[in-house]
Design a protein around this ligand. Structure first.
Ligand SMILES: Cc1cc2nc3c(=O)[nH]c(=O)nc-3n(C[C@H](O)[C@H](O)[C@H](O)COP(=O)(O)OP(=O)(O)OC[C@H]3O[C@@H](n4cnc5c(N)ncnc54)[C@H](O)[C@@H]3O)c2cc1C
Length: 289
């Protein structure tokens, strides 16, 4: 189908973009890589009257390392994250997650900011940023604020961003110490989206027990979530096949799991447990190795 008619603006500064959004609060939508928004417009699920293309704003695509955090510009593409030598060294969960998104075309155009702002329940980035304890930097005409990943994903296609706010940057605490990670995904055979996606960021203590674990889950519920019960079951434990399996059994505790033509609720819960176990095992092996 062809999208409904719309106006197109391509500001070159963040300020101009924010003012365009503020002047058209009900009608304007931000355009980033377009790989979620344009398909929705073609199906007429979204009919914005104005698109504010933020692709020409300088300095929205970057990966920077500071003393204790990594800053990623919202317009950084999946491919830039997948191929970053810096991230492969200091935070390999990010390139590992990026590499599993869609196909080459999608990864070349789609952006981390667009994906996180879209809050697709089967999107990959939300699981990774939750597991890593990231923060989102949102900017509006009245200034900037940071939102924890845990608070950012509110519901299906709904985030904590206020109308007119632009997600400007993603801040990830720099992993340190005996750190291991894993992203395990069951791809939907038609779309490539996550039927289930589990991101694990794990830190071992000096005695090799689990000091902390971050577990983000996507594909299972109406929004990505932190598997708190799994994290609690791992903390302080000496890791082995039994403790990992016991913790993974909590992957869908207190969660309303989705059911669709491809995966029933029971099957999804089962997949979530199995893939949580695999992700923890891989993260553990990497941290110990
Ligand atoms: C064939 C195909 C396969 C795909 N497979 C996968 C997959 O396996 N895994 C996966 O995670 N994704 C997948 N995607 C989605 C893809 O990753 C998109 O790129 C991503 O979801 C949206 O990013 P975008 O930059 O294209 O954003 P857009 O489509 O431009 O925008 C998406 C939404 O976010 C808003 N938005 C964008 N940027 C910002 C910002 N900085 N601040 C505030 N709001 C903003 C827009 O207004 C819009 O509502 C797939 C897409 C396609 C077409």
């Amino acid at each position: 189908m062809i999208p409904a008619q719309f106006d197109y603006e391509a500001p070159t500064t963040l300020d101009d973009a924010l003012h365009l959004l503020a002047a058209n609060p009900d009608d304007a939508k931000i355009l980033a890589g377009g790989h979620s928004l344009l398909p929705a417009m073609k199906l007429r699920l979204a009919q914005p009257v104005m698109l504010v293309d933020i692709g020409r704003i300088k300095d929205l695509a970057y990966i920077r390392e500071d003393a204790d955090q990594i800053s990623i510009g919202a317009m950084t593409t999946h491919y830039q994250l997948e191929s970053s030598a810096l991230l492969k060294k200091i935070c390999p969960l990010l390139p590992e997650c990026a590499a599993q998104i869609g196909d080459v075309q999608v990864r070349n155009k789609g952006t981390i900011g667009g994906s996180i702002a879209h809050s697709d329940p089967a999107g990959d980035w939300p699981a990774a940023v939750i597991a890593l304890g990231a923060q989102m930097v949102a900017v509006g005409v009245n200034g900037e604020r940071t939102i924890k990943a845990d608070d950012f994903f509110v519901d299906l296609l709904t985030t904590a961003l206020s109308p007119g706010e632009i997600l400007r940057e993603i801040r990830v605490p720099k992993p340190a110490g005996r750190f291991g990670h894993s992203y395990q995904k069951v791809r939907h055979p038609a779309s490539g989206f996550a039927v289930v996606g589990i991101a694990v960021a794990l830190k071992l203590a000096a005695n090799a027990s689990c000091e902390s674990a971050g577990v983000g889950v996507t594909g299972v519920a109406s929004k990505a979530y932190r598997a708190t019960a799994v994290e609690q079951a791992l903390k302080g434990q000496s890791l082995n096949d039994q403790t990992i399996a016991a913790a993974s059994a909590h992957a869908t505790d207190d969660v309303d799991a989705n059911s669709d033509l491809y995966a029933s609720e029971d099957y999804r819960r089962q997949l979530a447990q199995v893939y949580t176990r695999r992700a923890i095992q891989e993260a553990w092996a990497r941290a110990a190795g």
